[in-house]
Design a binder for this molecule. Structure first.
Ligand SMILES: NC(=O)C1=CN([C@@H]2O[C@H](COP(=O)(O)OP(=O)(O)OC[C@H]3O[C@@H](n4cnc5c(N)ncnc54)[C@H](OP(=O)(O)O)[C@@H]3O)[C@@H](O)[C@H]2O)C=CC1
Ligand SMILES: O=C(CO)COP(=O)(O)O
Length: 348
């Protein structure tokens, strides 16, 4: 069946805060369907035009469709000329989501599907970046092109229609064009990149640095310390990324420095929130117990630390965050250890 309506067919898998905000943005110009894993949430979104669990108070577009049935989602996409699927799940859900996508593509006989994921982190058990998780899950399934959508973007601000700039990284120019067509316009700018590893490393490491800056601010360490953590955090992110094959320039862009500044300083950040509360003396279990949304940096920090060690890369701030979160090192002691490191030449 040819795609008769103007615009693309877009599906968003995952109705958390980011998936919902992106689905709302796409629905303004394209036939869009959002998938929630809880049928009860899908029904409430469809009935109330609000995702009260994740974006309370935000009115969703009337023509955004919502389902909890994956076959509805693939039915919506199959037959369209240039279908786009955005994955709005956290890293922990990435592998299963990709497997569901591969199965759906086969079940619905789709010959072409562009898939863009939005998670920021790496697999807590294996240290794989999201593109490696996708590659493994999609191996053997023809017709799927892939990319990562990232950048400094608090879901709540995007859902309110405030300006934002995003980056879509993919080896496929056609996929970059499809994602740009779905989102670019109005308050959203979309930039293209081919540096998938750089974009993914930026997204993963900035969350850890946001926790570090939150800890510093919770301890009352001041603005100078925050600027130092951001700058040296950028150095850590760049070192790791370059060792993994990324381009150094990517880290001064939206998905590196841009997202690092946003998340390390913006109080809408869940990762910064975790750090702030740790710095104020609360325990990690207590903080996470009170949160209903994901803070990817917590699970990701040990995986990044271990990956850096395997690569022979120094990441002292990441090491300090892990020590505070998981080894019960008091935050002030972790700061003293960082300050006591030997002097070195900046840039290294
Ligand atoms: N929020 C933001 O501002 C931004 C977030 N991101 C990234 O997007 C990703 C998703 O984050 P966000 O939407 O904020 O998260 P939320 O915590 O707001 O929502 C998480 C969503 O994922 C579902 N989910 C949770 N765990 C799993 C799992 N193991 N398998 C499948 N689905 C799961 C939840 O379903 P259920 O409700 O049923 O539990 C929910 O729909 C993260 O990697 C985040 O870093 C990127 C840019 C901006
Ligand atoms: O990635 C984000 C903004 O770009 C959201 O950050 P948090 O996950 O810390 O809320």
């Amino acid at each position: 069946m040819a795609d008769m309506a103007p615009g693309l067919r877009v599906a968003v898998l995952g109705a958390g805060s980011w998936g919902t905000a992106l689905a709302a943005a796409c629905a303004r110009g394209h036939a869009t369907m959002l998938w929630a894993r809880r049928p009860e949430l899908a029904r409430r979104i469809a009935d109330t035009r609000e995702n009260a669990d994740y974006l309370p108070g935000v009115a969703l577009p009337q023509d955004l469709r919502c389902t909890s049935d994956l076959d509805d989602l693939f039915g919506h996409l199959s037959g369209a000329e240039r279908p786009l699927l955005i994955l709005g799940v956290p890293v922990a859900g990435m592998e299963q989501a990709c497997r569901e996508v591969a199965a759906g593509v086969v079940r619905h006989g789709m010959g072409d599907l562009a898939v863009a994921w939005t998670c920021k982190g790496l697999d807590a058990d294996t240290g794989r970046l999201p593109h490696a998780i996708a590659e493994a899950a999609f191996a053997g399934t023809a017709g799927i092109s892939t990319g990562v959508l990232s950048g400094p973007s608090f879901a709540r601000e995007v859902a309110r229609g405030l300006p934002v700039a995003l980056t879509i990284a993919s080896a496929s120019a056609e996929l970059r064009g499809r994602v740009t067509e779905a989102l670019h316009g109005g308050a959203i700018r979309v930039y293209g990149s081919e540096d998938i590893v750089g974009v993914e490393v930026g997204g993963a490491v900035k969350n850890i640095m946001a926790i570090a800056c939150g800890i510093g601010d919770g301890l009352g360490m001041g603005a100078n310390a925050r600027a130092a953590l951001i700058t040296r955090g950028l150095a850590e992110m760049t070192r790791l990324g370059v060792a993994l094959g990324a381009q150094a320039d990517t880290f001064s862009g939206l998905t590196g420095l841009g997202d690092l500044i946003l998340t390390a300083t913006g109080d809408l950040s869940r990762n910064r929130h975790v750090g702030l509360e740790i710095g104020r003396g609360r325990s990690l279990d207590e903080i996470l117990g009170d949160m209903t949304q994901v803070a990817e940096g917590v699970r990701c920090a040990p995986a990044v630390r271990d990956l850096a060690r395997r690569c022979g890369i120094e990441m002292p701030i990441t090491e300090a965050v892990c020590a505070v979160l998981f080894d019960r090192v008091p935050p002030a002691q972790a700061v003293s250890r960082l300050l006591a490191r030997d002097p070195k030449v900046e840039g290294n």
